[in-house]
Design a protein around this ligand. Sequence first.
Ligand code: NDP
Length: 432
Amino acid sequence: EQRYSDQPEFIQAAKEVLTTLQPALDRHPEYEKAGLLERLVEPERIVIFRVPWVDDSGKVQVNRGYRIQFNSAIGPYKGGLRLHPSVNLSILKFLGFEQVFKNSLTTLPMGGAKGGSDFDPKGKSDSEVMRFCQSFMTELVKHIGPDTDVPAGDIGTGGREIGYMFGQYKRLTNSWQSVLTGKGLSYGGSLARPEATGYGAVYFLLDMLKEKGDSIDGKTIVVSGSGNVAQYAIQKAEQLGGKVVTCSDSNGYVYDPEGIDFDLLCQIKQVERGRIKEYAERKAGVTYHEGERPWGEKCDIAMPCATQNELELDDAKKLVAGGCKYVVEGANMPTSTEATEYVMANGVYFAPGKAANAGGVATSGLEMSQNHEHLSWSFDEVDEKLHGIMDSIYAAASGAAKEYGHEGDLVFGANIAGFLKVADAMMAQGIC
Ligand code: NDP
């Protein structure tokens, strides 16, 4: 812990995993001598680089770029690129670490990585975003490749940014390769990739409800965030009969008693790149709560889909008091450790992000397969595979929890199931 004392988010994520692994370590005493845990928490490689670009006024701006290549035991590095002013080594290391276990859970051969920059695409012109992305890729190109490392989107990195980065990669290498996922449909993207993380989280929720003999029909759902994950979690939950009453951004949340209008949300967020308060300005009966989080609203199900540590102990108490029975993490580590412990101790069935939001990276894996086959699968084909993968992740997490005597603890189960495959691959490959 001392070695990483300047990396609080990384310590939080690593502790959350390591404190659950003891039962697996007891069954595998050989892991200790092989220094398995020590190797697991140290990334294989970290690249940090300067990203200079010219803004619209002609002034040179300098951002910092990162790629954390955490673990390649089970496949090429895979994980998103986050573009947000809060980006630092601690946040990217926590995300890369989580990605190792998440990718293992998908059943696909993908190692774990994460990257990004403290660049903020918000408020920048398309030309500025393009110049940044081209400069970012001019360095990143040296470290990635279809069998080495395949980055994807994350907060701040959507289809536009992936397109600019892909164009620059192609120009620098003179080759069209499956080196980024989340691409546009006209140049190798997969149908259902934009929807995959949100849809996948809802498919995971269906399995949780089924386990409890319950259904989504008529349930009130509180969602945070209004980006890629939140939008498609809302769409799928509503298609299946749930009622989503909130969504948010970093300025506040909206409450819509009739249920969020998905088309209006997409018009504001995807087409106009606007703020969530505009939703309340355009629809009667909707209230906007500046500077607040949505967790005080009564609900059956909560789906935090914005960012890390956005659901803290006080929020958890409000959720429990309001009758919430399920928390499903669409974002990465949105629930703080204390809040997770509190909801789980109070009868809430809790799904950690590394299992519940794995549908995005799983579908990225399917995008890579389609690229390598030079084929495009239909929306329904991808969606069906996604649903099957989410069911198998649920089965793996709940099965491991049961096998190790922690029935119903999906945090424990997801950590153990994700860990064992990576550990086995690392042991087989010797000390490296
Ligand atoms: P987007 O950039 O599309 O949306 C992010 C949303 O979260 C926005 O509504 C944003 O609001 C809000 N947000 C960001 N930072 C903060 C903050 N500090 N406080 C409050 N709200 C904030 O990102 P995604 O939807 O892609 O990602 C959301 C989460 O899901 C992240 O944790 C990401 O790592 C995770 N994830 C994403 C996957 C994907 O496929 N996209 C896959 C797996 C996990 P604002 O506009 O105000 O910043």
